[in-house]
Each structure stands twice: as C-alpha cells, then as structure tokens.
Design a protein around this ligand. Structure first.
Ligand code: WT7
Length: 655
C-alpha cells in the first residue's frame, strides 16, 4: 500500500493556484532564482499595506531575521476590514455549539464585534500597542473576536489552551507579564457545562501582579465568583461600546502573538510571531494547500489554543476571505457521526484534523461516514503527527470517497504555517507521507554538518533559509531561541533552523517525517516535554527519581510512560499492589494540577532505580525501548548499574 501513488482528481480543482507539478516546479525555481524578489511579489499582492515595505529580508542580525521592514499594516484589517468591500454579507465564522446551536457571523457582523471588543479593551482596560493579553477561552466566536481585537490594537495575545491547569496558566501569565486576562465562565462539552473562570481565579491567587483585570464572557451561565475591581462582565460592558474603532497601524515586525509550547527543558517557550510575515504565509497556505475558493466552507477541528487553531481557524481563513467553521463540542458526541453530520449540513469543502482524531473516529464509527452525504468534500487535511497507513486509507476511502486529495501537512508552532505538504491539485501522494516542501520553503533533510543523508537514511528536518512566518524569538529569552533552533545543524558555514524532527527522503525525493529526535513526546498531536512532566511528578513527596518517555499508543500516537523510583515503599518484586494504584492516582492528580489532564500518564512503572551512564545521565533510549516492549540489543555493560536493565524489563513486561 505504501508503494502506491494516488493522483489528484484534477476535475475537483479547476481554479487551484498551483494546478500541476510543472507549475509547482516553476514556482520552486522562481524562488531558487530570486528568493527575495519572489517573496516581495507575493507580499505586495497579498497584503493590504497601509505603508509599503522598503526591504524584503534583513539578515544582519541572524538568526533574528526581519521581513518586510518599513511596511505597516493591521491584521484585523487584513482579516476583516478589507473584506467589507467585496464580501460583507458572506459568513466569516459559522459556529456550532456542543448542543448543536448555531451562530453565523458575516464579515460585517464580525467587523462590528471585533471593533466593539477592541474598544472595550482600549477604553475599559487601557490596552495599548505591545501590551500582552492572555486569552483562556473555550471554542466560541468570542475567542476569535478577542484575538482580532488584540490585533486591531497592536496588543500581543497569548492564547492558553483551556485544558491547561491553573499552575500552567499562571506560569504563562507571569512569563508574558499580561495586563489583561480574557476568559469565559465556561462552556459546554458532551452535553454538560464545564468551567474555566475558577481556574483563572486560582491562577491569579499568587504571583500575577501584572494582571489588572479579568474580562469574562458569559457562555454557560453557571455560577462564578466575581472579584470586585478585577472581574468585569463582557456581556454587560460590550453593550456600551461603539462599532467603530480606529486601528493601531503597526510595523511589519511588530509581534502579533505569543504561543507557549513545550521544549526539552521544563519551562515552556513563548514562541513569538510577527505581524506581516505570519499573516502572509497563513493566507498563502490557505490558498495553496486547501484550495479555498470563494464559495467554500472550511473546517479545522483544532482548538484555538494551539497553533493550528490560530493559523487555520482564525488568521488564515479570514485573511483569505473564507468561511471558517468553529465547533465547541467533541467529534464523537452525541455519537461518532457528529463530524460527518456537520460536513453534510454545512457542505464542508475542506476538513482538517489530526491523525489521532481520525484513528478515534475510525475505531468508534468505521461505517458512520457512509450514512452522510460527504460529496462536498474536496480536501482532507491532517496535522500534528505522522499518520499511519491504515488511518490514511480509511480517511481516503470512507471519508473522502477515494476522490478527495489528502494533504498531510508538516509544520510546527514555530513555523507559523505549513512547511511540507502535498498540493491538492498537483501532488501525486504516497500515503502517510508529507511529500515535498511548499514553494518558497527551503525544507531539507540534512546531517548536522549540512551534508545529505543517503536515500532512506534518517536525517535532521531543517529549514535552511529564513521564511516570512518563522518564529522571531522566544519571549524574553533570545539566547534560548538561538540555542533551541540554531545549534544543531550547520549548512555552508551558517547555523540553520532545526525543527527537532527526524525525516527520511526516498528515491523519488518524497519526505517522510519520522518524529521527534529530542525529549519531546507527541501526545494526540500535541507536544509534551518529558522534562515538564518529570518536574511535576517530582513534586510528589515519595518520588525519588523519575524518567518519562513516549510509548506508542493506538489512538494517541504516543502515550506518556513514566518510570518512577520511590523513596520509601519497598520496590522489590512490585506488581499492581493497592499501594501502587494509590500512587498512580496521586501522581496523575499532581500532573493534572501542575500541567493539565492532557499530560497524565498512561502507565507508570515503579522501579528500584533508573539505568544511568557513569556520568549520571539517564538512558532514555533504553527506557523507550523497554516501554515499547523491544528486545534490548544495545550494549549495556558500560552503564553505571547494568543489572537494573533486566530488572526493569521484568517489571514492565510483568505489569
Ligand atoms: C510537531 C509540532 C503544527 C500543528 C500541530 C502541532 C509533529 C506536525 C506533522 C505531520 C508528522 C508532524 C512534528 C512537529 N508534526 N505535523 N504532518 N507529520 N509529524 O504543532 O505542537 O508545534 O508540534 O508535531 O513532530 O515537530 P506543535
């Protein structure tokens, strides 16, 4: 099956901007021959500048690259305001609630809502250009409106995923020194209300001196605490605000937003994105990779708390003038046909989700797609982790009717938008393969010294030229930015961006991503730093040492597997004793409190010690292999404590 090549059904894509591999090659060559000139042409064509830029790329302070210097723009104008001339009555956002209630905002209505919220931020909360605003929001239109209201004012938003705990939220508020927190009482999930505001209350209990106000959107109507002088009702205050609002025009490099993501150390990184370069690529990839046409309805199932939600629910679709669907609920509620019912009802043309969701929908409702009319679909996207061939096949056949183009899009929080992906009208696809870099993106698989690995050999997935939507820095830590991304690979004497992923190029030049090469786990398409989970687990008073690794998981892709050494409880011949089960519960409760339920362990093995080198480094590779159930072939005799390997194997295989 993996050798088979699937060709696009070209009749579905008569108006695609890149219609065949000839056009793809031509565009790639154009960028090869005149990198800056080609970017310049796209930037002038796609962005409505208030003031045009006078320099395309400034590399003087590499890797702190600057794009489109001298240019001035406003992203709310690019995404909403400018569309009033041509599509004021077109649906911008189609919202579907957990219980099926619907709300449609046209571009005109969205324009007014963004202006009102921006006025509220400006007048009531004194939000100015450069101020940081943390959004801790459910999947409701106000999340997108708040993001755009920040953009309107040149304020920098930092959306924190609603699944993160009070501790995690607090760390992010403190790191960004946020002035305002925007949240909701809560929302609905699987037919029941859930709460967000109490988590904000808890986060603000200590250390968040920068926060002057909390703006609360009322969504589920549940009882919440109102802190006088700090908490304000959005629903009340918004009534007084005008629908007209002067935008703050910002420079091309002004930060549009921060988004925290996990790295290989304990502290999440505040990935800082720019205004012009980011919005340019968000819009271009919407057009190239998803082929959104004017009458299309686009649905990305991500949460706005992740980069996928930023770029492909809010910024990309709206910059492109498309209709974007926003869904509050979960795709398996009330049954595994929910997503397909929505595709039928809204006549969705592009559907974008994660392999973990595809596997779950496949498992829970293999025959569900056949019950609905899915003939509107043309493009099916996947993102977040490698997709396995069986999931790919079901997606292609059962959902896509063996007709749709599947775009396996490889990118990251740091890249802002797609880097490697098929083009729906052009690229012959090998299943479960991200295929080729997009035109303009110099994505290359190389060795640390810049040489090319042999065909079929794994190398480092690097991007060897700066690109407009790239991360600009890590908020407050430029040194970490340099070290995290520009320390592992060098090409032509220059440090190049390394993604942290490994990849393989086959004999036809197709790129397959093999996964992270660092201590980062990919759980359900979300990045989880092992160090973060470990430092949470270490807070348990009875934990002496811990090592966390990823273990292949049927639905999640990778699950979290922890090896824990206890301080007091005897550990010889442990199996699932009552004490152990109690410890598992306690450890997971701590993780839930420190990070959030998404980081809870799938399995914990209580072991007498961890395998260490003589210099004291924990041998994670070994622990990964044991978790996976592989036979250990590597030489363990040089370990500080070689006997422990067999003991751990016995515990894991017995448990
Ligand atoms: C990591 C980035 C980009 C949005 C969602 C996750 C993995 C992403 C693919 C893909 C194989 C993929 C990589 C990457 N990844 N897309 N199509 N095939 N792996 O964003 O949290 O920044 O994670 O997700 O490992 O480094 P993120």
């Amino acid at each position: 099956m993996t050798d088979q090549i699937f060709y696009p059904h070209k009749e579905l894509f008569p108006n695609s901007p890149i219609r065949n591999m000839c056009e793809y090659d031509e565009l790639v060559e154009k960028f090869e021959n005149d990198y800056e000139g080609t970017w310049e042409a796209f930037a002038r064509e796609k962005i409505d500048w208030y003031k045009p830029f006078d320099r395309v790329l400034n590399e003087d302070d590499a890797p702190f690259y600057k794009w489109f210097e001298g240019g001035e723009l406003n992203v709310a104008y690019q995404c909403v305001g400018r569309h009033l001339a041509t599509r004021k009555n077109k649906a911008a956002i189609i919202f579907e609630g957990d219980n099926g209630d619907q709300r449609i905002l046209t571009y005109r209505e969205l324009y007014y809502e963004v202006n009102k919220m921006a006025n509220l931020f400006r007048n009531q909360f004194d939000i100015k250009k450069g101020d940081r605003v943390v959004l801790y929001m459910p999947m409701i239109p106000e999340a997108a409106i708040a993001m755009l209201a920040c953009a309107k004012l040149g304020a920098i938003h930092s959306v924190v995923f609603g699944g993160f705990s009070a501790e995690a939220l607090r760390d992010r508020i403190i790191d960004a020194e946020a002035k305002l927190v925007v949240t909701a009482d809560g929302a609905f999930r699987k037919g029941k209300p859930y709460m967000l505001k109490p988590i904000v209350d808890k986060a603000l209990e200590s250390g968040c001196e920068s926060v002057q106000a909390v703006c609360v959107v009322e969504r589920n109507g549940e009882e919440i605490h109102w802190e006088p002088g700090r908490d304000y009702s959005y629903n009340e205050l918004i009534k007084n605000e005008s629908v007209q609002c002067e935008p703050e025009i910002v420079e091309a490099e002004h930060p549009l937003f921060l988004l925290y993501t996990s790295g290989s150390t304990g502290k999440p990184k505040g990935v800082q994105h720019s205004t012009a370069g980011y919005i340019l690529w968000a819009q271009m990839t919407m057009e190239w990779v998803f082929d959104v046409q004017d009458n299309d309805t686009f649905w990305c199932t991500a949460d706005v708390g992740w980069i996928t939600g930023h770029t492909y629910i809010v910024y990309g679709p709206l910059a492109a003038g498309a209709t974007t669907v926003m869904f509050e609920g979960v795709m398996t509620f009330p049954d595994a046909g929910r997503a397909w019912k929505m595709v039928e009802e809204y006549q969705i043309n592009q559907f974008y989700t994660a392999p973990t969701a595809i596997r779950l929908l496949h498992k829970m409702g293999q025959d569900e797609p056949a019950k609905y009319d899915l003939s509107s679909l043309r493009v099916l996207g996947t993102v977040g982790e490698p997709i396995d061939p069986p999931a790919w096949k079901w997606y292609y056949e059962a959902v896509g009717g063996s007709r749709c183009s599947i775009v396996d899009t490889w990118w990251q929080t740091e890249t802002g938008g797609h880097m490697i992906s098929p083009l729906p009208a052009a690229t012959p696809v090998k299943p479960a393969c991200a295929t080729f870099p997009l035109p303009g993106i110099k994505a290359e698989v190389i060795n640390p010294d810049g040489s090319k690995p042999e065909v079929g050999e794994q190398g480092l997935m690097c991007i060897t030229k700066p690109w407009p939507s790239m991360i600009r820095t890590i908020w407050g830590d430029p040194e970490r930015f340099k070290k995290s991304y520009f320390g592992d690979a060098v090409k032509d004497g220059k440090p190049v961006y390394f993604s942290g992923d490994g990849a393989i190029v086959d004999e036809d030049g197709y790129i397959t991503i093999t996964g992270r090469t660092d201590d980062v786990i990919n759980v359900s398409g979300h990045r989880m730093g092992t160090a973060e989970v470990e430092s949470a687990i270490k807070k348990h008073p009875n934990v002496a040492a811990v090592a966390v690794v990823g273990k292949p998981h049927e639905i999640k892709g990778e699950g979290i597997f922890a090896y824990v050494v206890l301080k007091e409880v005897p550990v010889d011949k442990r199996d699932e004793t009552a004490e152990d089960l109690e410890m598992v519960k306690e450890i997971n409760a701590i993780i839930k409190q420190e990070i959030g339920a998404i980081a809870m362990c799938d399995a914990i093995a209580f072991v007498p010690d961890l395998p260490k080198t003589r210099s004291g480094k924990v041998m994670r590779r070994l622990l990964r292999a044991i978790a996976k159930g592989d036979t250990i072939t590597q030489d363990t005799s040089t370990l500080e404590n070689p006997a422990i390997v067999g003991e751990i194997e016995a515990i894991v295989s017995g448990g």
